[in-house]
Design a protein around this ligand. Structure first.
Ligand SMILES: [Zn+2]
Length: 245
């Protein structure tokens, strides 16, 4: 945790919140492009700290671009036709017998069915163990001075409400571009990222899906490199007429 000192009038405040956190002048931004072939059907920027959602039909691919580098894209996915079927970390990890997500990983539902497949990945490994930040966890971990900050859970709740979903529908999530190493003894860490501006992950929908994303607002640990930056979301559709590219 990095403690910085701010002077406000005649008061000196020690805080874990960096100055000018979204985002610092001179930040390298690389919007990159789609990591899949096909026609672009949606192309949107997600502002730092903000939520986002979209529906994809089976066969479409979502490319998530880490525009500013080391920016965690907290991610949930549901069966768009029946949102009681949703992403399951234990099903996904147990099925593939590995703790990390990589190219080829299949994101499985609580029914064990494929929701999406990782068809492209430009960093070594992706996390689905570290969970999402929240106002409550921030206050417990970093102190009461962070109580005014919203977290990914609040982003998820706000975006989920647009689709008729609520707190009961939030499950353990994926953290694209967040670095959560699992040590030999099983210890977890949330440490400096391994991503960089313009790095991408591509996810092909295996059924019609609803995707909900939080552009993580966390500024009290290194998961966003203490510099919250935008994400770019690009949806492509196969152009060969088949459902699956
Ligand atoms: Zn977060």
């Amino acid at each position: 945790m990095t403690i910085t000192t701010h002077t406000v009038g005649d008061r000196v405040i020690e805080t874990t919140v960096p100055v000018g956190a979204h985002y610092v002048e001179g930040t390298t931004l690389d919007p990159s492009g789609p990591l899949a072939t096909g026609a672009i059907v949606l192309d949107e920027a997600v502002a730092p700290l903000a939520p986002w959602s979209a529906r994809l039909t089976a066969g479409q691919t979502l490319t998530i671009v880490d525009v500013g580098g080391n920016q965690s894209a907290d991610f949930l996915v549901y069966n768009a036709q029946d949102t009681d079927e949703r992403y399951s970390t234990p099903d996904t990890l147990a099925w593939q017998k590995n703790a990390y997500l990589r190219e080829g990983s299949i994101l499985r539902s609580n029914l064990g069915r494929p929701l999406m497949t990782v068809t492209g990945n430009e960093i070594d490994r992706q996390d689905t163990i570290g969970g999402a930040c929240s106002k409550e966890s921030n206050t417990l971990r970093y102190g009461f001075h962070t109580e005014h900050q919203h977290g990914c859970r609040e982003n998820f709740l706000a975006e989920a409400a647009r689709h008729g979903l609520g707190a009961r529908d939030l499950v353990s999530n994926i953290n694209w571009f967040m670095n959560v190493p699992v040590e030999a003894d099983g210890t977890l860490g949330i440490v400096d990222g391994m991503s960089a501006p313009g790095k991408r992950v591509a996810l092909r929908a295996e059924m019609d899906v609803l995707v909900i994303v939080s552009n993580c607002p966390q500024m009290n640990n290194p998961c966003n490199d203490f510099n919250c930056t935008p994400l770019r979301m690009i949806v492509t559709a196969p152009t060969d007429g088949s459902d699956h590219a």
